[in-house]
Design a protein around this ligand. Structure first.
Ligand code: SF4
Ligand code: SF4
Length: 298
């Protein structure tokens, strides 16, 4: 079995309990307006071009039809780029990076458990994220089977948008779900993510119904899902989850994704004016804790 991913990050402390290694799988069916891993959305490889590092030396011109010099600056026509990677090799300034690789799942798994000694000491393990891991659901389940047979803790960071069958099989293999709730207002949820809240809640109900191990994650984005009405609906939703999940974690908005959008040749749009959410997290935590569920800030 093969899988396509865009990053493996070691020594992660925020992707579940203990020290963890996180695999970021490619592909996502959700379109969060604030996505902080936009490079993971497409299922295939893409080029990231860091134009601020470019000295316009011209070494990459002529490698393909996508790159041109205009007014002393290199431009990349994304429609013509096949992510062949020639410019990544040719450039001496590391301006170009191919984001995404396809590899054998067993080979990737062996890399993921390289820090097993640290996992065992810290109560950590492997986390799969993305993108949306359910987008490559068979690979996600396969990795969870391997982890279960090796006694390695396995967590899945998910939007809950995907096959219920994959979720069920992950739960059977003992996965801990880091389950996103991106809002509790159906209309706003659809507008902010392009996905119906029902899909997310139905899968959550199924998982709580079979006693799955769940931590809720609440990405809160100023101006998108933090109004008084948004928070009060979220309090109701969290109250319904009390006793069925471990706790909830607020994931305040941060601006890390903006640099990646620029490397993808896209502007930040409205996101450019959204403030960092960490300053507001204390207030959100106080309000959401009135649900009776333990709410912390990640
Ligand atoms: S990845 Fe290949 S096709 Fe895309 S800009 Fe670089 S050399 Fe051209
Ligand atoms: S090789 Fe690198 S530094 Fe030179 S023009 Fe191309 S992207 Fe810019």
């Amino acid at each position: 079995m093969e899988l396509t991913y865009f990053n493996i990050q070691r020594f992660c402390l925020r992707d579940g309990p203990g020290i963890r290694t996180t695999l970021f799988l490619k592909g996502c069916p959700v379109n969060c307006l604030w996505c902080h891993n936009p490079e993971g959305r497409s299922a295939s490889k893409i080029l990231l071009f860091y134009s601020e590092r470019c000295t316009s030396c011209g070494r990459c011109l002529g490698l393909c039809g996508a790159r041109k010099m205009a007014d002393g600056k290199i431009t990349v026509d994304r429609a013509l780029c096949t992510a062949c990677g020639k410019c990544e090799k040719e450039c001496l300034n590391d301006c170009n990076e191919i984001c995404g690789a396809t590899r054998d799942a067993d080979e990737v798994y062996e890399e993921l458990i390289r820090d097993k000694m640290f996992f065992d000491e810290s109560g950590g393990g492997v986390t799969i994220s993305g993108g949306e891991p359910l987008f490559q659901g068979d690979a996600a389940v396969y990795l969870s089977e391997r982890a279960a047979s090796d006694g390695v803790s396995f967590a899945v960071e998910t939007s809950g948008v995907g096959s219920g069958e994959h979720l069920r099989r992950l739960a059977d293999n003992g996965a801990l779900f880091l389950y996103d709730l991106k809002g509790a207002d159906p209309e706003r949820h659809l507008k902010n993510t392009g996905v119906s809240l029902d899909v997310v809640l139905n899968n959550l109900d199924m998982l709580t119904g079979i006693g799955a191990d769940i931590i809720l994650r609440l990405p809160i984005i100023p101006g998108y899902n933090d109004s008084e009405s948004d928070l009060s609906k979220m309090v109701e939703l969290l109250a319904r989850c009390a006793g069925k999940v471990r706790h909830a974690e607020i994931m305040p908005y941060h601006r890390i994704g903006l640099g990646k959008l620029s490397a993808m040749g896209r502007g930040a749009g409205d996101l450019a004016s959204v403030p960092d959410g960490r300053d507001m997290a204390e207030d959100w935590q106080r309000i959401l804790s009135s649900s009776g569920l333990t709410v912390i800030t990640n």
